[in-house]
Structures are given as structure tokens and as C-alpha cells.
Design a protein around this ligand. Structure first.
Ligand code: TRP
Ligand code: ZN
Length: 879
């Protein structure tokens, strides 16, 4: 299969000035007429015009009004080639497509009685022949014609310039988008919806009409979305001076969608789970996600649409920056601590895993087979961490000046990551040339720390060394620039500055090694490094449990306390697993951990700090089994999973009375539901405490009680998760009641499917087979597939990783089926199977066996081919 390389980039031979599209919408046979006014870029060249196209039926083709014969052009599966063209000309192309049978959900598709498009990255070529690349920017005028009764709303980008009735009960609307855009930002929606309307007045007093389109009868679930949009618009004005630029901003919620949402100019299309919310159907987490994804897509209007990417290798230019912007927004809207922890957990448990896998790539990849495979945690989340480091290095004012220069230089252009870094550098007269290696080097740097104390001089020295493990694409790795935030804690609680501090609380490491020194300090000083995850690295720094307990009690930084507590959990699991402690004997586990950790000394501190529910909810969250595997690679994941449960039991044994007391106190004063930070924090802590308590038979009944008393989805879900741990009759009673109550709501039922898929029971595979036959399950709906099959593969540790390999076998069979329906979704949920690197040799072999089976499967998509073949190759290189 064809590999595309970043360094092969060539400027386009032709530009398309204007596009006029006419859609005659019919579910099984839509006619698309496209009129392109095209000009040659280099007037002296004789290059042929090569348009992209995929699964199109060409009906007719005319050049400057003259119909072309079949011998005047060439059509292949992926291209339309026309030779002997003049300098300027008009091409008219008519194609027929079948939206109804388009299950890939790319291009134009028909689902839930509506037409909908998804063109990023290369979906426009499934609609008509075009120069489907982001550096071809054009002015779009779009006419949509369809049956008026079935599709009263005909939407596209920009503003309405014409509309009216046609014969046979059809009607039309014509849209014009005054901003030049690449084809991936084109959108069209046609259907019947309810609309929530509102208005936003920009800081320069322009009126913008806001509309949220939802399934009929769900208007009451669109309030939070529209409020989130208004907050985002205001925030971008206040923070970056960026205003919205059209008279209309539309958001459409659809049930069939491959990802979260899409930033099409003036017409965002959203997965309905990131729009619809009301207290009894959405959790606090759902409310949070809706607000941050609405913001993300809104922010793309500047970082992505006004300034877009030159080619898809530059994807992080828009995604890394926009994720950084939405994280900053969420941080301002909600709470810094839990947000940062969430982001760091994504990096550690998903991005680090990706970087250790065969899919490891720099945030600006060098080689791609299927572009859809590069919408990754590396490009998005590590990309955002790279932007954050620039912010740390340049300071707030410098960072904002850089952003301003970036827009001054590049508004209306398609540019590269280098252009972005250059703007940052030039606005600050700060040399970022070494820093920019973060764009080209893949892998996770590992930092080791050695500490020396000179008692005579009362001088503490830390020697840091960085190294990045090699990857097959990049055998030799170089040192990166790392901003280090730190704390040097004294016995009296005071903090001491490092000699190497730049004056802003940051020490910068820019070569392979670095010395940090602290003078006139105690021998018992504790230095914590990379606080707040100031660089995306793995840190090997040894602390004893006693030191960690001291950090928890006396650090001035809550994030640092959280890190210390995480360290204690990981250390405990490691101690149990590596010393072969008998995990079935909880009493002896308790004794061993008590001796090792001395956690009883923390009891009164915990009791006192329960008045800080956010901090305590974070500290009492034991790392997931997946993050434990990351921190303790090559252990048997089932042992880690069991040890995690033992640590949970031990915590309960140690703090039972405190947990019980505070759980009781918290549920006593539960207010009427509001999505509001204080309430969110309390509910979070309640859920965490409940999940501890039900590990003891005496508290099993709490889950059912919590369920019965709940008046919101957050508490309901906490109680279901607790009951799932107990797994007695009441769990299934609750699940039945839930399904009965919510059978009308596709979004809510995903929670039910996901709970079913993560039950730890021996017959889980036959359960999954039964659930696939459930009337609400549909393999064509990505949300359903992710909820049932994805949750199983990602989160059902004993089921998916069963020692007999049956979980892997189940997944493989499912992927073979799904790949023909929707290869993009298949290539996402295969991830756990390609992360064999962290597992024991026996599991690796079982997983590789399944990957080989997939590779041999006939008709394998490019999406799966790329991931599977790379993974097998990596295995063969190692073994
Ligand atoms: N650009 C979108 C975002 O990050 C994501 C996206 C890329 C997408 N490809 C997609 C969304 C395909 C849906 C389907 O906001
Ligand atoms: Zn995005």
C-alpha cells in the first residue's frame, strides 16, 4: 500500500478560485454537480490536472461548456486526469453517489432520516472529483435541493443567499461562504430537526445568530450546548482578542458520527453525545465534555479555519493548538487541579502507550498510509503539551504576542508547524530552533535523577540525565528542551529556589544532562520535579513511602500531592506483585502494606482534608489497571488488576470509619442538581467513597440505596458502578430498571452498554454476543460499537486479557466484520491489541497471533492494514 511522505510535499499545480455545487438529494442516488473555476499556478507548465475521487459514478464532464468525450480524460478508482488544459478554465463535473449505503460515515451519508457530511481529512473526494488537499482554498457556493416535507432544513456553510420551492414537493436553499476554505471544511446537512436559537453580540457589536439543531423532541436537551458556545465566544475575545466572523453559527447534533465533532466553517457537526444534556440524563463528566468540545470546535474557527494546514502532516498545527486552547478554557471555567490531572492521565496511559507501540510518531508525522490513523493522542494531546511548554518558556505575554503575530502573518493561509514556531520565536526574540525538535522526534524522554547532599556546605545537588528510547523509524534520538517546574521542600515547610532557576520558577534542561543545586538546605530536603507535568516525560526519581507521605502533607502544590499519592499506589502494587505476595489472602496483604506504607499516620490528615472534596477525590482515585501497566510494564496484567483490588481493600481497611462518616455526611445535604463546580466536586467524592465502601459486604446495600435516592445521572452512574463491583442480584435489577427507563434515548443507553461490557464475569463473551442482538445495538453506529465492543477491549481487563486468549480472539472476529462496515472505527478500537509491548511474553504471542490472522483477512482496509502490519513488523524486529 502507498506510503505518503512529508518531505514529498509539492505545491499544487492548479488552484480552484470558486466552487459552485448543486446537490439533488435522494438517499440512494444523489446527483452532485460541481462547477470549478480553475487556474494554472505555473503558467509555463503543461501538467495534467489530477483530481481526487473515490467511489464516484461519473455522469458527465465539460470543459468551458463543451462536453468531453471519454478519450479526452482518464478515470481510475481514485483519480480523474485531464490533459492539455489552458491557463484558466471552467470544469463542470456531474457525479452520482449513494449516501444511503455509505456506512463509512465519510463524505455524504444518510442516517436517521437525514443527510450529513464528514469531509476531514479526505472525505470530500467521496462527494465529487476535486483537489482534495488543505492547501487548495476556494470560495464555495452551495445549492441544496431536496424533498421539502422530509427535509425542511437544508444547511451548508456561510450565509443563505437564496431559497424557494421547486416542482414535485421539492425545495432549495443556496448558501454562500465568503471565506476561502479547503474542501475538508465543507459541510451539508438536510433533515428535520428542532432548533434552539439564541444570539451573541460580539465585542465589536456584531450580531451573530446561534442555532443548535437536534432530533425532534429534544430541544430541552440543547440548553447547555448553547450556553457553552456563548461562553467560548466570550472567552476567545477576552483571552486572545479573537472574534467570530460570520452572521450565523450552527451546530447540528447527529447520532451517527465517527468522532466527537467537526469544525466545518459556520456549520459544526457534532456527535449527539457531545450536545445533548439534562440533569437526569447526563453526568457531570458529560456536561464537562460538551462544554469543552463545543469550545474546541469554536476555537478552530481561528486556529484551523482562518489559518489552516498546508498538508495533513501539519495536523498538530491546528489540533495541538486548539486542544491547548480548549484546555485553557476548561481550566478557567471549571478547576485547574482536576483538569490538569485528567490531561496528565491521558498522556500517561494513552499517549505514552502509543509512543511505545509501532504507531509511535512525532507530533508532526513523517509517513502516513491512512490519514485517519493520525488523529491521535500524540498529534492532539502531546501536541498540546508542546504548545504548553512554549507558553511556559515564553511567559503569558510572550505567548500571546506570538499568537497575535501568527494571525497577522498567516490569516487566510495554509501553513506549517514551522511557520507557527517562527511566529512564536520572532515575536519574542527567543531562539526556539532547538525546541522545535519536539515536532520531529517521536518517543517519550526518560529522565533519571541522582541526588547528592554535602553536609558540610549544606548543599544539595541533583543530577538529571535524559534519554529517549529509540524507535524503528528513528534509531538515534537527541536531547530535547525541557522546562522543569519544581519544589524543594524543607522540614519547616519552606521552599528553596534552585540556583539554575530562570527567575520564573522554571529550570530549563536543554542538553543530555543537567545539574540543579540548592544551597543552605537540610539533608531531609525533598525535591519534586516536572511539577504539573511541565514536560511530557517519564521521570525515574526514587522516593520512600515516608517521603511521599511528607509531600502529601506539606507540599504547597495540590498536583504534587496527587503525584505523591499516585506514587504510593504504584509502589504498593509493585511491592505486592514483585514480591509474589499471596493476593488471595487480604489479611496478610493488609499487614504487609501497613508495614510498608505506614498509612495510618495519614488518617487524621485525610479526615481533616475531606473538607476539600476535589483534592480528596483525586487523591483517593487509585490508578487504573492500564496506567499501572504503563508504570509497571511486563507484569501480568491480571496480577496488576488483582493487586489494585487488594490495595483498594487495604485503603478501606485503613480508613473505613473516615470513609463511612464522610460518605454519610456528604449524601445528607445533596442539593437540587446543578452543573456547578462545588456540586461536581462533592458528587465526585461521593462516588469515590461509595466505590471503596462496597468492597465490604456490610456496605453492599449502599449501591442500591444510592441508586434509589439519586435524582441525577452522575449519582445514578456512581451507584451502578458500585453495584457492578458487588455484582449481586441488585446490580441486574438496577440495570433492568435503567434500560426500561431510558430505552427511548440512544445517548443514555450507551452508558448501559458500556456497563454491561465491563462486568467481570466468566461468560462475558456470550453476554457480548447476546448484547449485539439487542434492539438498540447497531454495528453501523460508532457510539454503540465503542460503548459495547470498545469498552470491552479497553476496560474489561479480565475479559479481554483472559489467559486462554479468547478475549483477543473475540475481538479479532469482530474487527473482521466491522472493518467492512466502518474501517475508521475498527482502526480505533483495535488499539489494545496493538499494545502488546507492555505485556508478558505469553500474552504478546497470543496478541500477535490475532494480528497475523487479521493481516491475512481478505479485503482488509488501509486503516487496519497500516496498524496491523506495523505492529507485526515491530514484533519481528524485537524477536
Ligand atoms: N477536526 C476534528 C476535531 O478535532 C476531528 C476530526 C477529524 C473528525 N476527522 C474527523 C471528526 C472525522 C469527525 C470525523 O475537532
Ligand atoms: Zn480539533
Amino acid at each position: 500500500m502507498q506510503v505518503k511522505k512529508r518531505l514529498d510535499y509539492q505545491v499544487p499545480k492548479f488552484q480552484i478560485e470558486c466552487v459552485d455545487l448543486i446537490f439533488d438529494l435522494v438517499p440512494e442516488a444523489t446527483i452532485v454537480t460541481s462547477q470549478l473555476s480553475i487556474c494554472r499556478v505555473d503558467i509555463n507548465s503543461k501538467d495534467a490536472l489530477i483530481l481526487d475521487g473515490y467511489e464516484l459514478e461519473l455522469i458527465s464532464l465539460s470543459l468551458d461548456g463543451r462536453r468531453l468525450d471519454e478519450n479526452e480524460f482518464e478515470v481510475s478508482d481514485t483519480q480523474l486526469i485531464i490533459k492539455n488544459l489552458p491557463e484558466n478554465f471552467i470544469l463542470t463535473i456531474t457525479t452520482r453517489i449513494d449516501p444511503k449505503h455509505n456506512t463509512s460515515l465519510e463524505g455524504l451519508y444518510y442516517a436517521s432520516d437525514a443527510f450529513c457530511t464528514q469531509c476531514e481529512a479526505e472525505g470530500f473526494r467521496r462527494i465529487t472529483y476535486y483537489l482534495d488537499r488543505p492547501d487548495v482554498l476556494s470560495i464555495f457556493t452551495v445549492t441544496v435541493r431536496a424533498d421539502k416535507k422530509a427535509y425542511p432544513f437544508l444547511l451548508s456553510n456561510g450565509n443563505v443567499i437564496d431559497s424557494g420551492d421547486l416542482v414535485d414537493g421539492r425545495h432549495f436553499v443556496t448558501w454562500h461562504d465568503p471565506f476561502k476554505k479547503p474542501a475538508y471544511l465543507f459541510a451539508l446537512v438536510a433533515g428535520d430537526f428542532d432548533v434552539l436559537e439564541d444570539q451573541y453580540i460580539t465585542r465589536s457589536q456584531r450580531k451573530v445568530c446561534l442555532q443548535v439543531f437536534v432530533e425532534k423532541g429534544r430541544l430541552y436537551q440543547a440548553q447547555h450546548a448553547i450556553q457553552s458556545l456563548k461562553k467560548s465566544m466570550k472567552w476567545d475575545e477576552d483571552t486572545f482578542n479573537l472574534e467570530y466572523d460570520l452572521d450565523m453559527y450552527m451546530i447540528v447534533a447527529v447520532d451517527f458520527f465517527n468522532m466527537g465533532a467537526m469544525e466545518n466553517k459556520g456549520l459544526n457537526i457534532f456527535n449527539s453525545k457531545f450536545v445533548l444534556a439534562q440533569p437526569d440524563s447526563a453526568t457531570d463528566e458529560d456536561y464537562f465534555n460538551i462544554e469543552s468540545i463545543i469550545a474546541h470546535e469554536y476555537f478552530h474557527n481561528w486556529t484551523g479555519n482562518r489559518v489552516t494546514c498546508r498538508d495533513w502532516f501539519q495536523l498538530s498545527l491546528k489540533e495541538g493548538l486548539t486542544v491547548y486552547r480548549d484546555q485553557w478554557f476548561s481550566h478557567d471555567m471549571t478547576s485547574p487541579l482536576s483538569n490538569r490531572i485528567k490531561q496528565v492521565n491521558v498522556m500517561r496511559s494513552h499517549q505514552f502507550a502509543e509512543d511505545a507501540s509501532a504507531m509511535s510518531h512525532p507530533i508532526r508525522p513523517d509517513e502516513v498510509i491512512e490519514m485517519n490513523n493520525f488523529y491521535t493522542v500524540t498529534v492532539y494531546d502531546k501536541g498540546a503539551e508542546v504548545i504548553r511548554m512554549m507558553h511556559t518558556l515564553l511567559g503569558d505575554a510572550g505567548f500571546k504576542a506570538g499568537i497575535q503575530l501568527y494571525f497577522e502573518r498567516h490569516d487566510g493561509q495554509a501553513v506549517t508547524c514551522d511557520d507557527f514556531v517562527a511566529a512564536m520565536q520572532d515575536a519574542n526574540h527567543y531562539d526556539l530552533s532547538h525546541f522545535s525538535r519536539w515536532y520531529s522526534q517521536s518517543g517519550t524522554p526518560e529522565i533519571t535523577v541522582e541526588q547528592v547532599y554535602d553536609a558540610q556546605q549544606r548543599l544539595l545537588t541533583l543530577n538529571l540525565v535524559q534519554a529517549t528510547p529509540s524507535t524503528s523509524a528513528q534509531p538515534k534520538k537527541h536531547p530535547l528542551v525541557l522546562p522543569i517546574k519544581y519544589e524543594c521542600l524543607q522540614a519547616d515547610g519552606k521552599l528553596v529556589q534552585a540556583k539554575e532557576d530562570q527567575g520564573n520558577g522554571v529550570v530549563v534542561m536543554s542538553t543530555g544532562s543537567l545539574t540543579m543545586s540548592f544551597s543552605d538546605v537540610d539533608e531531609s530536603s525533598i525535591v519534586t520535579l516536572f511539577n504539573g507535568f511541565s514536560a511530557p516525560v517519564k521521570l525515574n526519581q526514587h522516593f520512600t513511602p515516608a517521603q511521599r507521605l511528607r509531600i502529601i502533607q506539606s507540599s504547597q502544590d495540590d498536583f504534587v500531592k496527587w503525584e505523591a499519592m499516585q506514587g504510593l499506589y504504584i509502589q504498593s502494587v509493585q511491592y505486592l506483585v514483585d514480591n509474589h505476595v499471596s493476593l488471595s489472602d487480604q489479611n496478610s496483604v493488609n499487614e504487609i502494606l501497613q508495614q510498608f506504607l505506614q498509612l495510618d499516620t495519614l488518617s487524621s490528615w485525610i479526615d481533616k482534608n475531606m473538607s476539600r472534596p476535589e483534592l480528596m477525590a483525586e487523591l483517593l482515585s487509585i490508578p487504573s489497571t492500564e496506567s499501572l501497566l504503563q508504570a509497571l510494564p511486563k507484569r501480568d496484567i491480571l496480577h496488576l488488576h488483582q493487586a489494585r483490588k487488594n490495595v483498594t481493600q487495604y485503603m478501606l481497611y485503613e480508613f473505613k470509619t473516615v470513609f463511612e462518616h464522610h460518605y454519610g455526611a456528604l449524601i445528607e445535604h445533596q442539593p437540587i442538581y446543578e452543573y456547578e463546580q462545588l456540586q461536581v466536586n462533592n458528587r465526585r467524592l461521593i462516588g469515590v467513597l461509595l466505590q471503596f465502601l462496597v468492597h465490604e459486604p456490610a456496605y453492599h446495600h449502599l449501591a442500591y440505596e444510592h441508586f434509589t435516592h439519586s435524582n441525577n445521572m452522575t449519582d445514578t452512574l456512581s451507584s451502578l458502578k458500585a453495584a457492578q463491583i458487588v455484582q449481586d442480584d441488585s446490580f441486574y435489577k438496577m440495570m433492568d430498571k435503567f434500560a426500561y427507563e431510558w430505552s427511548h434515548d440512544l445517548v443514555v443507553m450507551d452508558k448501559w452498554f458500556s456497563l454491561q461490557a465491563t462486568v467481570e464475569r466468566d461468560d462475558i463473551l456470550s453476554q457480548l454476543t447476546l448484547l449485539q442482538a439487542h434492539p438498540m445495538f447497531n454495528i453501523q453506529n460508532p457510539n454503540k460499537v465503542r460503548a459495547l465492543i470498545g469498552s470491552f477491549a479497553f476496560f474489561n481487563v479480565p475479559g479481554f486479557h483472559a489467559a486462554n486468549g479468547k478475549g483477543y480472539d473475540f475481538m479479532t472476529q469482530y474487527l473482521m466484520q466491522l472493518d467492512h462496515v466502518n474501517s475508521q472505527v475498527a482502526a480505533r478500537i483495535i488499539t489494545p491489541l496493538t499494545q502488546w509491548q507492555l505485556h508478558t511474553p505469553e500474552r504478546r504471542e497470543l496478541m500477535i497471533k490475532e494480528l497475523r490472522r487479521l493481516l491475512a483477512h481478505t479485503g482488509l482496509s488501509r486503516d487496519l492494514f497500516e496498524k496491523v502490519s506495523k505492529s507485526i513488523l515491530q514484533y519481528e524486529e524485537i524477536h
